[in-house]
Design a protein around this ligand. Structure first.
Ligand code: INI
Length: 155
């Protein structure tokens, strides 16, 4: 029989950091609501969550790195909204944010989940922040719970 590793969706004994961008806060506040709702509904006590607000998506990786280095968290959740119509340098901000967030997870060994929406316009962003297409913040939190449990079970 193969030994199968699978992260449980139980947040009751894990500690979470959430980094959220203030840029496009109309959207990111909804992503944060979604993430907190997901953690709560999977048994996470409020005291097991810390939230850090940053100016924009570009600042997410640096802040996630600092939080991962504290050793206080099983996982870091990054939330942001990068909207093409409002961002002449969309491609640069989006690429650097994604690359930076990925490297924080790989370098620190603390899983970091990607709850950054990248869209062509505000309407698409609203759809992914709690309307037509679900809530990417909720999804990033669910993925965080799974990764925290998966990696801790593998040690
Ligand atoms: N930051 C975002 O999170 N989303 C955006 O759409 C955006 N735009 O449009 O530029 C954005 N820019 C700010 C950037 O993330 C940094 O905060 C800023 O450049 C300071 O370093």
């Amino acid at each position: 029989m193969p030994r199968v590793h699978e992260g449980k969706l139980d947040a009751s004994s894990r500690r979470f950091a959430i980094v959220v961008s203030r840029f496009n806060s109309l959207i990111t506040a909804r992503l944060l609501d979604g993430a907190l709702d997901c953690l709560r509904r999977h048994g996470c006590p409020e005291d097991n969550v810390e939230i850090a607000w940053v100016p924009g998506a570009f600042e997410l990786p640096m802040t996630a790195k600092r939080l991962a280095a504290t050793g206080r968290f099983d996982v870091v959740i990054c939330l942001g909204a990068i909207i093409r119509s409002a961002t002449p340098h969309f491609d640069f901000v989006a690429a650097e944010t994604a690359r930076g967030i990925a490297s924080v997870g790989l370098d620190s060994g603390v899983p970091v989940t990607f709850g950054v929406i990248t869209t062509d316009d505000v309407e698409q962003a609203i759809e992914r922040a709690g309307t037509l297409s679900g809530n990417r913040g909720w999804d990033a939190a669910a993925n965080a719970i799974e990764m925290a449990n998966l990696l801790s079970d593998m040690t």
